[in-house]
Design a protein around this ligand. Structure first.
Ligand SMILES: Nc1nc2c(ncn2[C@@H]2O[C@H](COP(=O)(O)OP(=O)(O)O)[C@@H](O)[C@H]2O)c(=O)[nH]1
Ligand SMILES: [Mg+2]
Length: 248
């Protein structure tokens, strides 16, 4: 039986991207021999992404649309994971920055791993920004990697494939919250399980339609604070405390 691959797409104002992206993902995964499932989690976007998602889900049973009243990237990803059914889960942005053509590459990479992270910084990867921005973001990601002792360099990108059974053991409510920081929180929570985790390069593209929702400086600062908190929490745990260190 072919492997079912669920792609979780969190959306906020992605009306121009979502239909085309869903159909390209289905095409790419089918071509590679997988059974695709697309799970869109929209937070009642004012641009009507939810309506488009609902309409395409009615036409195509491989697409599932969830429209929530709450707001938040981390919790949207978790909702998508919980409502998906594939043995492999892919999480990615819904704006074509994460190219649909890279998805089968990540999924294939899971043959000898438990999770595969798409990386802008691995050899062969790139980012469609100027030299300075690229190296600043790479440096920032190095700092997070060193601080948390995780294996993945691109731990803020939110583009990865993971086996469902790999996340069974983690406290998902504590991990999937906030913004892009959920991604390195997940890697940190997975550390004790000693999973096989690897990175494969991909080329980060400019978004096709719409605008970015990430306040770069603000999220950079809050990611830094979050990484510090996690590290401190980890040390406390090693020192004999019961608490997991990321209680809020
Ligand atoms: N459900 C949901 N999705 C979000 C939210 N904020 C951002 N996203 C989605 O998360 C992905 C990344 O956001 P984006 O604006 O592209 O940030 P950037 O890639 O850092 O510029 C996109 O698919 C967004 O639509 C949110 O509050 N809720
Ligand atoms: Mg984006």
């Amino acid at each position: 039986m072919a492997t079912r691959v669920s792609v979780v797409l969190p959306t906020y104002n992605e009306r121009g991207n979502i239909a085309e992206l869903s159909s390209e993902l289905i095409k790419e995964l089918k071509k590679a021999g997988y059974v695709p499932e697309i799970v869109i989690v929209d937070d009642s976007s004012p641009d009507g992404t939810g309506e488009v998602a609902t309409a395409i889900s009615k036409k195509n049973k491989l697409i599932k649309a969830i429209v929530r009243t709450e707001r938040g990237l981390g919790t949207a990803v978790l909702r998508g994971i919980n409502e998906s059914s594939g043995s492999i889960i892919v999480v990615m942005d819904a704006d074509f920055s994460h190219p649909p053509g890279s998805v089968p590459v990540l999924v294939k990479g899971i043959d000898d791993a438990d999770a595969v992270f798409a990386s802008r910084y691995a050899s062969g990867g790139s980012m469609n920004t100027d030299f300075i921005q690229y190296y600043l973001s790479k440096l920032f990601n190095y700092a997070i990697k060193a601080m948390l002792g995780i294996k993945v360099l691109d731990s803020t990108g939110g583009f990865f494939a993971i086996k469902r059974k790999a996340i069974k053991g983690i406290k998902t409510e504590q991990v999937f919250k906030g913004y892009g920081d959920y991604c390195f929180r997940m890697l940190y929570a997975l550390k004790p399980a000693r999973l096989r985790i690897k990175e494969l390069p991909f080329k980060y593209m400019p978004r096709r339609y719409g605008k970015s929702k990430t306040p770069l400086l603000k999220s950079g600062i809050s990611y830094g604070i979050e990484a510090l908190k996690l590290r401190r929490g980890g040390k406390m745990k090693n020192g004999g405390e019961e608490k997991s260190g990321n209680a809020n």
